[in-house]
Design a protein around this ligand. Structure first.
Ligand code: GLN
Length: 397
């Protein structure tokens, strides 16, 4: 038997997607893989109906349907104050997942180093390795998930080709401040490093925090490769629509990578998603209010369980500290949550570079009724007798 490529032994299958399968098998409320259980905006749904009868069933322009790119550029310009040109600065991709792979393959040569903040969304290390690069790590320190400037500078001293910044951050909920982004950009400038950002939660930020687009900071545009997605903003994770935004020089190369990876994102869906991109500013305010309410509902249940957690500043994930439950590791704890509590989360260790088994990540991108149902189940943790009996019967290892 021939053996598959060596690089594949350096990472495993996605734990996040695996937890969704476990949740489905045991009928748990699925707060593991982050996606909504509510519908996209009405305007988007009705545009989808129209698009199915339109002339959009063959390949779109490989780097994105013109109407979609135009609407996208307008929205980006409104949000960032930049002058993004739909023909020069954008490649439309199959989700931010493909955008990140394209960015990494566009930036990196085999053997290059890529800085990744740990904990990190599990794709980043895999993306770097698939591009032939080597991830090196800078720690985001619990509980507030700040980084140490000295550690960051030391990582830059290793002459990385790129740094990945997920902002707002999955899984920590950290929102990078303007000052932090400027510090990263200054180091990137000094060491001639690309800054690859992943910003699908740009519109899910909780007051008083604000989202800063790294690419919009002074003189940053040529150095930043922004990856983004429509998944979270319009509740269309299954549509797989994302994009890379960068300088014309980077985009000229990124188009090639994208073309040979996937040819293009689904043409009718690009057409329909224009209705989302054209929604007024009030849509984004409502989205922010909606998620603020969801966060408040879910956190109020979590608070009653007595388990410590960090309040997210943005995105829709909470890292819950489960160390007091005494499990041998977080995977066993996550299995107990899914099977015995009836609420699925993701074992936190899948986001960390170093062995760290203290956390389970839950998300709250769900209808309020789903969050309340999950919350009621989680409240059983406050019942000490039930908790002891349940964990002892289930087993800690
Ligand atoms: N971003 C989502 C999460 O972290 C999932 C994305 C995906 O599975 N592609 O759960």
């Amino acid at each position: 038997m021939p053996s598959p490529a060596n690089r594949l032994s350096q990472f495993s299958e996605s734990v996040i997607r695996g937890m969704t399968r476990l949740a489905n098998r045991c009928g748990a409320i699925n707060l593991s893989q982050g996606f909504p259980d509510f519908d996209p905006p009405e305007a988007v749904l009705s545009a989808l109906e129209t698009a199915t009868r339109g002339p959009h069933h063959q390949y779109a322009v490989t780097w994105g349907a013109p109407r979609f790119r135009e609407a996208l550029a307008k929205k980006i310009n409104r949000n960032t104050g930049l002058h993004v040109d739909p023909d020069q600065h954008l490649v439309v991709t199959c989700g931010s997942t493909e955008a990140m792979m394209v960015a990494m393959m566009t930036a990196c040569n085999p053997g290059d180093k890529v800085i990744v903040f740990s904990p990190f969304y599990e794709n980043y290390a895999a993306d770097a390795i698939l591009s032939g690069a080597e991830p090196i790590y800078v720690t985001l320190n619990a509980p507030d998930f700040g980084y140490d400037s000295g550690e960051l500078a030391a990582a830059f001293d290793q002459k990385p080709k790129a740094i990945v910044v997920c902002n707002p951050s999955n899984p920590t909920g950290k929102v990078f401040t303007r000052g932090e982004l400027q510090e990263i950009l200054d180091l990137a400038e000094k060491h001639d490093t690309y800054v690859i950002t992943d910003e699908p939660y740009e519109h899910i930020v909780y007051e008083p925090h604000v989202h800063t687009y790294a690419c919009s900071l002074p003189d940053a545009f040529d150095r930043v490769i922004t990856c983004n997605s429509l998944s979270k903003t319009y509740s269309i994770t299954g549509w797989r629509l994302g994009y890379v935004l960068a300088s014309p020089e980077v985009i000229a190369q990124a188009r090639k990578v994208h073309d040979f990876l996937t040819v293009g994102a689904a043409a009718p869906l690009q057409e329909a998603a224009v209705a989302g991109l054209e929604l007024p500013d009030s849509y984004y305010e409502e989205l922010q209010n909606l998620y603020t309410r969801k966060r408040d509902v879910f956190l109020s249940f979590l608070r009653q369980t007595g388990l410590p957690f960090t309040e997210p500043q943005g995105a829709y994930y909470v890292m819950v500290d489960i160390s007091s439950l005494g499990f041998a590791d977080d995977s066993r704890a996550a299995e107990w949550f899914a099977r015995e509590v009836g609420v699925a989360g993701v074992p936190g260790s899948s986001f960390f570079r170093d062995p760290e088994h203290r956390f389970v990540r839950f998300h709250f991108a769900k209808k309020e009724e789903t969050l309340r149902a999950a919350g009621e189940k989680l409240l059983r943790l406050a019942d000490e007798a039930w908790l002891k009996e349940s964990i002892e019967t289930f087993g800690r290892e």
